[in-house]
Unconditional design. Sequence first.
Length: 253
Amino acid sequence: MYNSGILNTFPSTMGVDALIGLIKSRLGYPTIQINEVTDEQIKDFIRLALLTYVGQVEPYISYYQTGVSAGVSMYRLPDDFIGIAKQPMYVPNAIIEYIKSFTGYQMYVNFTGNLDITHYEAIMEHLQLKLNRLGAIPTYEIVTKEDGTSWLKVYPTPWDSDRNLIYAYVRMPKLEEWTSGRDLIGYKWVQDYSLALTKEAVGRVRSRYGATVGAGDGAITQDGEALIAEARTDIKELEEKLKTLQFNQMSVF
């Protein structure tokens, strides 16, 4: 079972180097040498843990607006994009034409005082059929290109260039933005999950290449398979805990 550590040892900000140091110390460093993983690898585990937490429990929401171009359906998503938080707001040309037709007929009715709606209903039915055939109700998909960049593909494809595409998205916060003061529970979870991922990586190396590690002036033997098993138990418990945190976050709203 994982140990969450002493809360008051957390720095006021994540401070990537400080967090790496905390993770290594919980693995026994500096008494036990941690040579199986680099600091950069541990940083990657921290990013993965933060991505997992933010994506499920406390999303960072940002809004983005870009102009569309005629005949272009693909638009680059921000580099810190995780997922769409709100359906993109995009008004296709067909809907504009629908609104114009509706407004024009409404003005005609008001001007003439004609209360017979038979012709109006026929026009609306015709326009709705036209909209359905054109696929005027906008939708989208997320496309990842070979270079790793993410793009938003909108349907229908814009006909001209005087429209705006607006959407809210979940963004990946910078490590420096994540503080224990902002969310102590989340900070604990990120540290514990990063530790479990690091522990599993260390265990894999030790089980494959030998389990004798430096300890002070001597050496000790550590079972890599035991580390892997312990890490997997920690990961499972933490992922179950994340579901609880997610439920509590949703219940607030």
